[in-house]
Design a protein around this ligand. Structure first.
Ligand SMILES: Cc1ncc(COP(=O)(O)O)c(C=O)c1O
Length: 374
């Protein structure tokens, strides 16, 4: 038997510590944080301890039975989410969080039309996939759910034309990740709030990648000062354990329809997410992400600004648009410089490091990138 979905790389990773992962004797700087899944770095003691303690008590109990770790997580998420968001649905991944958000929006509004953005990415289950832009991901599985209209990202006028009285939701990433690291301009998210509110449609911020402090605030919506109707999150929420969430305002939660999943909010992932969110908040991790993001972008601009097409991003969500295929640059970074990064489309090298990095980690990636693209 063998796996068939992922093309395996020639590096076998068995151990991680902070910003580094290890293949036998070789140390790699993990500037992708395993797809943004370890915002506190690998093996963070607060998360390890919370999970070990919980494993000693009970591994799993279904969400109909209250459990202290889950209840604490509900409270923590309500306390740290932008007001008036105060209800949460827990699941296992980003695509499930979006799938639930789309269902909740349809149920709460009684409408079916979903507006999504070109170049957007929201996951690969059938509903979330229908709101994802790239045809390559969708074509083999069509027909997907209907009634999805795509609008250009960052274009308030096009959004205003698309959102109407039949619209259930507009789903948007506050900074597009997979689509190439595209931050929204000032005013776009505010306009999205106004347009959806006027139409009675739900505004969903997909913060699967931007959440957990990555762009300089726990949630990007707080940085943008816009409170959507739902925020979806996953990736870094459990610092490596599989947990996702759909955070909702009351009017969505009150009329969510009939949704459920066996593995919603188990105590182990609740302990992991609780420890991760508390540590991110208590250690001012978003502040470090903002400061290190500025430092990294400034240093990259100085070192390779003339050799690449663009450097852009928010906080520690940074894209370097190289003048050739990103995959060749990524291979060279990994094999010759022991730096692991990610692609975002064909031409962008994406940096999503742990949010706890310091200047020495940033300098190391700048040096490596200078040699690869300089
Ligand atoms: C913005 C965004 N939404 C949703 C997803 C899907 O999350 P998952 O892979 O956990 O299903 C991703 C994954 O990359 C993402 O970046």
């Amino acid at each position: 038997m063998s796996g068939f979905v992922f093309n395996e790389k020639p590096i076998q990773i068995e151990r991680g510590d902070g910003a580094y992962v290890y293949d036998d004797g070789t140390e790699y700087l993990d500037m992708g944080a395993s797809y943004a899944c370890v915002p506190l770095g690998h093996g963070h003691p607060a998360v390890q301890e919370a999970v070990s303690d919980q494993l000693e008590k009970i591994t799993y109990v279904q969400a109909s039975y209250p459990n202290a770790e889950r209840t604490a997580l509900y409270d923590l998420l309500a306390d740290t989410a932008p007001d008036p968001i105060n209800k949460t649905w827990l699941c296992n991944s980003g695509t499930e969080a979006n799938e639930a958000a789309l269902k909740f929006a349809r149920s709460a509004t009684g409408n079916s039309k979903i507006v999504a953005t070109m170049q957007g990415f929201h996951g690969r289950t059938m509903g979330a996939l229908a709101t994802t832009w790239k045809n390559k991901y969708k074509k083999p599985y069509e027909p997907l759910i209907g009634d999805v209209e795509f609008v250009p990202y960052d274009d308030s006028e096009a959004l205003d034309e698309a959102v109407d009285e039949d619209t259930a939701a507009f789903i948007v990433e506050p900074v597009q990740g997979e689509g190439g690291i595209n931050p929204a301009s000032d005013g776009y998210l505010e306009a999205a709030r106004e347009i959806t509110e006027d139409a009675g449609a739900a505004l969903i911020f997909d913060e699967v990648q931007t959440g957990m402090g990555r762009t300089g605030a726990l949630w990007n919506s707080q940085r943008a000062d816009v409170a959507p109707d739902m925020i979806t999150a996953a990736k870094g929420l459990g610092n490596g354990l599989p947990v996702g969430t759909t955070l909702c305002r009351d009017w969505i939660a009150e009329d969510y329809g009939s949704h459920a999943s066996t593995f919603s909010g188990g105590p182990v992932i609740s302990a992991a997410a609780g420890a991760t969110v508390s540590t991110v908040v208590e250690d001012d991790v978003p502040e470090n992400a903002a400061a290190m993001g500025d430092y990294l972008q400034t240093e990259l601009e100085a070192a390779v600004g003339d050799d690449v097409r663009d450097i852009r991003g928010e906080g520690l969500m940074i894209g370097v648009e190289v003048g050739r295929g990103a995959n060749a640059a990524l291979k060279e970074l990994a094999l010759n410089h022991q730096v692991l990064a990610l692609p975002a489309g064909r031409t962008v090298v994406r940096l999503l490091p742990p949010l706890t990095i310091d200047e020495s980690h940033a300098d190391a990636v700048v040096d490596a990138l200078s040699e690869v693209v300089g």
